[in-house]
Design a protein around this ligand. Sequence first.
Ligand code: HMG
Ligand code: MG
Length: 312
Amino acid sequence: MGAREVGLPQVVAADLPERVTIWEVGARDGLQNEQAVVPVDVKVEFLARLADAGLTTLEATSFVHPKWVPQLADAADVLARLSPVDGVRYPVLVPNEKGLDRALEAGVRHIAVFGSATETFAQRNLNRSLDEQFAMFEPVVARAVAEGLDVRAYVSMCFGDPWEGPVQPAQVAAVGARLMAMGCSQLSLGDTIGVATPGHVEAVLRAVTEVGTPIDAVAVHFHDTYGQALSNTLAALRLGVTTVDSSAGGLGGCPYAESATGNLATEDLVWMLDGLGIHTGVDLDRLADTSAWMATVLGRPSPSRVVRALRG
Ligand code: HMG
Ligand code: MG
């Protein structure tokens, strides 16, 4: 059944943006955490179907060490077999210069470096200390910017860390500011383990903007472990954020943070934004069909409430 037939009510609320850019991470954050390696053909079809559903930013894969994330060791093959769609960008994760070399060879134009707000996660995810991560990213960002690439910076563990516990908003703001000062154009604040609640989101966004990162350069990246991702998104939109990361069907997680579950599902996000009259350009029915197909491929139901309601 289609979203319209179900009767999605549309009521515009005050103090919200007219348009939101969805940064779709399903092919990267979603598939990096699968037990089995998803075949290249399936990844390419997934990306094509996401573009066909109207998503215009598709984080496609990662040029990380293939031993660290075997699920994405086929990054170059996926990009080579992709039929790029006009108006769609395909950013990839790049941790270091080796990854940048591989990305440039594959013709990539948009990359994302990914830092940590905490010492322990920097060690576990990057094999670097908190300080060493900046030394690793610095030449990557400098070279990428000189080549005319657009560079996003992620900060992980912005709201809590499974080893260190609470994370201070000022610490997140400082890490973010250091990455932005390198020449990144956008800062995506990751709730890697999904523990944030809306007041906490406000506190972190205020800390980040207070140190000079403009709100229109900030994106939010919520995992939905505790079911808070949509409320957190609404809190961020009310403070002026207009780029939201999500994953088709709610796939996702981080292999180096065991308590991380799926990202905010793109369908759940689009249902809310459609209901608020906020433009995304996404066709919810095509997207739900794509996630229902992916759930069949992966052999388990989608965790997205909206996919289950529309296609269950
Ligand atoms: P390392 O072992 O310290 O690497 O790993 P190294 O610099 O010591 O190099 C060792 C060998 O690896 C060298 O080869 C390098 O050439 C090779 P050798 O000289 O020994 O033959 N190497 C590479 N090969 C291919 N591609 C590369 C690469 N780099 C080095 N890029 C490294 C350090 C950063 C590479 C490793 O820790 C890594 O790959 N980590 C990535 C982990 C990851 O992908 N995690 C998931 C993404 S983050 C996430 O999901 C969070 C996010 O969603 C936001 C949120 O939710 O919060 C973004
Ligand atoms: Mg993530």
